[in-house]
Design a protein around this ligand. Structure first.
Ligand code: MOS
Length: 732
């Protein structure tokens, strides 16, 4: 079915199971180690071999020769498969860089061989014995590439232009023109990219860790020139993705190659350095933001120019998109420019676009508020808009950003903050508070599900949906329970198999709203069959509650209906119409308090608060985890995360969790999340929107603004490391 009209009253409004905090229904499996992730799947028949990948040692060029004699003779080795043994494998449209095959190297640590052996250690040892000769040359220096770019459109491509920015900016009473920089970042999910592959009668099964089962199935079919139905993908549990597991990666391809050659199941996990250099990353950005306003604080002109890096045909970071829609202002100009670098493929990382763009925009808003002598909360509030500023005919479906600001300011005791930067000190620590706005589009994708009412009145929900640690299992179970009037523990959910109905998958914070809509659709069909069995053709006249079905004056237990034979319904929900009619997005206000050491410049986060407007919240517990996780990534983005490019060798040098510093528990203080109790009927039948990426969107800027408030040092280049603070700290 299609979601064509804003949702009206429906069974999910009852909120007996939905809307309540439930721990993850698969939580016990995870905490007891019995949820088997891709690399440790127990349902693989046959004795497994282990593949270890070898990555290219150059950033760009060609392989002249590979000597595999020593590796082949090493103990336990069953196969050495090199990229020279085949033409480049065909790739699916989602993959930009080649995954395997041929002699050309497009980026450092591109997979060039896999050694298959009895044990991991044997495979790893033999992989080091492969001798490779290259011819190499590359350009991986962003500044150099930007300076020497032959692109005639140096100003960047105009993404949107409304009114006359130049004129309005020139005439504005108060203006800001500032440049910002965000570094390349890596997803650094805990579970590596990992797969086990098995071939049987020309058919391929891959147990893998992916956010998108159907895309992976299609991509594998293309790579190995198989019909899609001859590829089975299973991704039941995933230890984090953040956009890094949206696409087929080399682990699955190498496992399939190894299994095909040895005739045995082969498992391959990407070692941490290959996760960073072989897969995708968030590209670095330069951003220029210009804002012009009247003394009353109303924005008259706003321009955002983005510059990012790419590989040809790829998707570098677009940091300007949110600026098109977030704040009011009649005269607007957004541009984007890409330069090509010989780095691995830039691609989606948590809140692609907003994740980097709001790190700049929300500092610019803070700077502008200061120039105007306005409270940054007030400055944002008076520039709120209920319509798309690019097209006032198109309204936001449901936007309560100002409420986020007000409720956040109140809960954070914003009114008590010190407004003179650098003026509050506690011992050796300068204390500052900062805030930011958060904005992230609320995408949705067509999503299907199969729901089976069994003879014992228990219900099975199946979809190829993934749970990347977000709570999909739980909210899909809650949806079925609500729709069928059953307790949560009557619902069993199976996810992640390509033999299940195609769902939205997990990405772009679209999973929660889309996948539950698919369950809703399948349950509506199931209710039709239940109505028929009740002798009533109108399912709307049906009440399902407490395991009972009521139709007219007849009430029977659901188990009695099911005892006449189990009922299976499969349906999907398609979206589109309302996304065109309305601008549908999620909103937040983030607040942070930091302490900056007066002598060392060390920044410690003391507390954070995010107030979120994301429609109806299906499970406040799992949703909260999403938001605090996003804020943790925001803290990492603000203070430590930065891929260091070795421009000499053309690779990401800090390619492990020792060198690429993500926050640890000791870095994370008290975090609070408040959800506004809103409903967005245009977003989904459940009136809900995703929240997974809202938490990071703007979060880093709240930290940066707090650091400014603490010290009076305005940093426009992330991360805010000590070296950038050290010589500028106020004398105390
Ligand atoms: Mo997301 S960055 O689409 O997982």
């Amino acid at each position: 079915m299609e979601f064509l009209q804003p949702a009206t009253a429906n069974p999910t409004d009852r909120q007996q199971v939905l809307g309540h905090a439930h721990p993850r229904i698969e939580g016990a499996l995870k905490t007891t180690g019995t949820a088997h992730y891709a690399y440790e799947r127990q349902d693989v028949t046959g004795l497994q071999l282990v593949g270890y990948p070898l990555g290219a040692g150059i950033a760009k060029g060609r392989i002249l020769s590979m000597d595999t004699a020593a590796a082949e003779a090493a103990p336990g080795v069953h196969a050495v498969i090199t990229t020279l043994q085949m033409d480049p494998l065909p790739k699916h449209k989602n993959n930009i860089a080649d995954l395997f095959g041929g002699s050309r190297i497009h980026h450092y640590h591109q997979a060039i061989a896999v050694v298959v052996a009895e044990s991991f250690e044997q495979a790893r040892a033999a992989a080091q014995m492969i001798e490779v000769e290259y011819r190499a040359s590359h350009l991986t220096d962003f500044d150099l590439a930007a300076a020497h770019d032959k692109n005639p459109d140096k100003a960047g491509k105009t993404l949107s232009r409304v009114g006359d920015f130049d004129k309005a900016f020139a005439e504005a009473e108060v203006t800001l023109d500032a440049h910002y920089r965000t570094p390349a970042q890596s997803h650094c999910m805990m579970e590596p990219h990992a797969s086990i592959a098995e071939w049987r009668d020309g058919k391929l099964t891959v147990w893998t860790s992916t956010q998108m089962v159907a895309w992976t199935q299609k991509a594998l079919a293309r790579t190995f020139q198989l019909a899609a139905e001859d590829v089975r993908v299973d991704s039941a549990y995933i230890g984090g993705g953040f956009g890094g597991k949206l696409w087929l990666r080399a682990d699955a391809v190498l496992a399939a190659l190894g299994a095909r050659q040895t005739g045995r199941p082969v498992r391959v996990a990407l070692p941490r350095p290959l996760m960073m250099n072989n897969t995708t990353h968030r590209a670095e950005t330069y951003q220029r933001i210009r804002i012009g306003a009247g003394r009353d604080g109303r924005i008259a002109a706003i321009a955002h120019d983005g510059l990012s890096s790419n590989i040809p045909g790829g998707h570098g970071e677009n940091p300007v998109d949110q600026t098109r829609h977030f704040y009011a202002g009649a005269n607007r100009l957004m541009t984007l420019r890409m330069v090509n670098l010989d780095l691995p493929e830039p691609n989606s990382m948590r809140a692609p676009g907003e994740g980097a763009g709001m790190m700049a925009l929300e500092v610019a808003m803070d700077e502008m508020a200061e120039k105007l002598g306005m409270d940054p909360v007030e400055f944002r509030a008076i520039n709120d808009t209920q319509v798309d500023p690019e097209n006032p005919e198109r309204a936001f479906s449901d936007r309560h950003f100002v409420r986020c600001l007000r409720e956040g300011a109140s809960a954070f005791a914003w009114a008590d903050r010190n407004i003179v930067p650098g003026a509050r000190r506690e011992g050796m620590w300068l204390i500052g508070q900062g805030m930011s706005g958060g904005y992230r589009k609320a995408a949705v994708m067509k999503s299907g599900a199969r729901v089976t009412l069994r003879a014992d009145a228990r219900v099975l929900v199946e979809a190829d949906m993934t749970d990347i640690g977000t709570g999909s299992y739980t909210i899909m179970a809650q949806t079925a329970a609500e729709m069928l009037g059953l307790p949560l523990d009557a619902i069993e959910v199976r996810l992640g198999g390509s033999d299940m109905p195609v769902s939205s998958g997990s990405g772009g914070q679209w999973g929660a709203a889309s996948a539950t809509a698919g369950v809703y659709a399948a349950c509506l069909c199931l209710r039709e069959e239940i109505a028929r069995r009740m002798g009533n053709s109108d399912p709307a006249a049906l009440t399902l509650s407490d395991g009972q079905v009521t139709s007219g004056d007849k009430t029977v237990p659901l188990a009695q209906i099911a005892s006449a034979g189990e009922i299976t319904s499969e349906e999907s929900m398609g979206f589109g119409a309302l996304q065109k009619e309305y601008l549908i997005a999620t909103f937040a206000a983030h607040f942070a308090e930091v302490a900056v050491h007066v002598a060392t410049g060390e920044i410690r986060v003391r507390r954070t608060l995010s107030v979120c407007d994301a429609g109806r919240i299906m499970n406040p517990m799992t949703a909260r985890s999403q938001v605090i996780g996003g804020m943790v990534m925001g803290i990492g983005a603000a203070l430590s995360e930065q891929i260091e490019v070795d421009t000499g060798r053309g690779f990401f040098a800090n390619h492990d969790l020792a060198g690429y510093e993500v926050p640890v528990h000791a870095d994370i203080p008290d975090q609070q999340v408040i959800f506004l109790d809103t409903e967005d009927p245009a977003a989904s039948p459940l009136k809900a929107k995703g929240v997974g990426e809202l938490g990071i969107s703007g979060a880093a800027a709240a930290i940066a603004n707090a650091a400014y408030n603490a010290t009076g040092i305005r940093l426009r280049s992330y991360p805010l490391t000590l070296d950038k603070m050290l010589n500028r700290l106020p004398a105390v």
